[in-house]
Design a protein around this ligand. Structure first.
Ligand SMILES: *[C@@H]1O[C@H](CO)[C@@H](O)[C@H](O)[C@H]1NC(C)=O
Length: 480
């Protein structure tokens, strides 16, 4: 079954390259929302409601829990939250809304921080929990550092909930969400993730597969939907801190703290991959902290809602893209670096023409230190501005909404000062690595699934299906 699905996806992407831009039909992804503007509006409404509630409270109540952040205020005011952990799943907003994680499943407690045999994980380890077929809400018995031997391949309907412990995930991999749905990752440190692979790794209790070399992403989202990454602290990985590619959608990335990294977030790996037109991602209440270079995020196609984040540092640019993505930037603070050549928030990557109609808008953003956002498409029209109109947010509100970004209470860089860590690793930080400014960093994704010994595309029925789709679509093009 799985190899068939691979073939179908490869087939669709090949086909999308052949007919790039000329297609008259529309393929949609599972969990793609029919009205992304309505989802963006709903996020703003919830922020406004949460802030209004806060403003009505006495100072004493305010200090306790009602921060104005609609996600946190949803669960943190329950002093008994540790006995009602699964309520967290009701708190996601934006495109990831409805991501269930392990809601309704049992609590699985990680008691063993080891990762001795990725092909045959030991009960009690994180890896043993994440590969199970049934929904699980995974928590940790104590604070621990899990040094992965290889990619951690997570099965559908899982929550990794680090509340109540300090959990570090690092090493080889790191977290891979491939062809899965309903994943919540909350309150985890992820850093120093390195490429690895060419080995057998269990992805379910009954399946062990050969994996090619991974990219070294912090969290890699591949062909997956309904994903929520909240309150994580991410830094210093070889490739992206969070990458979402190949038909992933229904994603919310919220309340995280990013630092010490070059290519922070890649959404879509190929301008010609039309399925990514259905990619819908909410990026809210994050802090983009020190020693970041670019891609916060870099988008291809899709609808990306960037709302109420604090961009405190970049070296090249903050938000970029190609392939006509819709970028809706609302109520963020952009603090430009000192470099007079890097004041622009936005960057149209690898394109000389044709971006005038890309819908990139700025609405209520706060620009600091000479930062400027170059809008285009509908983002420029007065009519659009009138229809949406978000109140400009004050700097105070950005501070308030992001005050707990990253892992709760944890220092944001302890990962780099504790014993056993001697700096930021060789691949990141403020010195530009070889792939800066080129598109080369996006290239070797096929290695993930078609490394030597990976499942071979031999299924005749999938090839037949591929030809059928190609023909249907060619006919569609001729008729149109
Ligand atoms: C905490 O939650 C649990 C589980 O819902 C419940 O049984 C318990 O009574 C609650 N305790 C308090 C003090 O509210």
């Amino acid at each position: 079954m799985v190899p068939n699905f691979y073939i179908l996806l490869i087939c669709l992407s090949t086909f999308s390259l052949l007919f790039n831009g000329a297609t008259s039909f529309y393929l949609s992804l599972p969990h793609q929302h029919p009205d992304p503007e309505a989802v963006a509006y709903d996020v703003q409404r919830r922020v406004d409601d949460s802030i209004s509630v806060r403003q009505l409270l006495s100072t004493q109540e305010k200090d306790k829990c009602k921060t104005g952040n609609p996600i946190d205020d949803c669960w943190r005011c329950d002093s008994n939250w540790s006995n009602n952990r699964q309520r967290l799943a009701d708190c996601v907003i934006g495109f990831g809304q409805g991501a269930l994680g392990g809601k309704g499943g049992q609590i699985y407690i990680v008691t063993d921080s080891s990762d001795r045999d990725p092909a045959n994980p030991t009960p009690g380890t994180l890896r043993y929990g994440v590969i199970q077929d049934e929904p699980l809400w995974i928590i940790f018995s104590t604070s621990m550092t899990i040094k992965l031997k290889h990619e951690l391949i997570v099965n559908s309907y899982k929550t990794i909930d680090g509340r109540g412990a300090t959990v570090h995930i690092t090493g080889n991999g790191c977290i891979t969400l491939q062809y899965v749905s309903h994943i919540i990752i909350h309150n985890i440190h992820v850093y120093n993730c390195k490429p690895s692979g060419n080995t057998n790794i269990a992805s379910s209790p009954t399946h062990v597969g050969y994996r090619g070399r991974s990219d070294g992403d912090g969290i890699s989202i591949y062909g997956s939907q309904k994903i929520w990454i909240d309150h994580c602290t991410l830094a210093s990985c070889t490739d992206g801190l969070i990458d979402a590619i190949m038909g992933s959608t229904g994603i919310t990335i919220s309340n995280n703290y990013f630092s010490h990294h070059d290519e922070v977030m890649l959404l879509g790996h190929d301008d010609g991959y039309i399925l990514d037109s259905g990619m819908q991602v909410t990026i809210a209440f994050n802090i983009f902290g020190e020693a970041l270079v670019q891609r916060m995020p870099r988008c291809r196609r899709g609808y990306i809602h960037v709302v109420n984040n604090d961009f405190t540092y970049w070296e090249m640019y903050a938000i970029g893209g190609s392939g006509n993505p819709t970028i809706n930037s609302q109520g963020n603070r952009y603090i430009a670096p000192a470099d007079p050549n890097a004041k622009e928030v936005t960057k149209r990557v690898d394109t000389n023409e044709g971006w005038a109609d890309w819908n990139w808008r700025t609405d209520g953003d706060i620009m600091v230190n000479g930062a400027f956002f170059v809008p285009s498409g509908a983002g420029l029209s007065a009519q659009y501005a009138k229809a949406s109109s978000v109140e400009p947010k004050s700097a105070g509100i950005i501070n308030q909404l992001t005050m707990n970004a990253g892992v709760f209470g944890g220092p944001r860089h302890e990962s780099f000062s504790g014993p056993g860590f001697s700096g930021y690793g060789s691949s990141t930080g403020t010195t530009n690595t070889g792939s800066v400014g080129s598109s080369g960093g996006d290239s070797d994704y096929f290695g993930m699934i078609f490394g030597s010994g990976a499942p071979q595309p031999t299924c005749a029925s999938s090839i037949f299906l591929c030809i059928l789709i190609l023909c249907t679509c060619m006919v569609g093009n001729i008729l149109s």
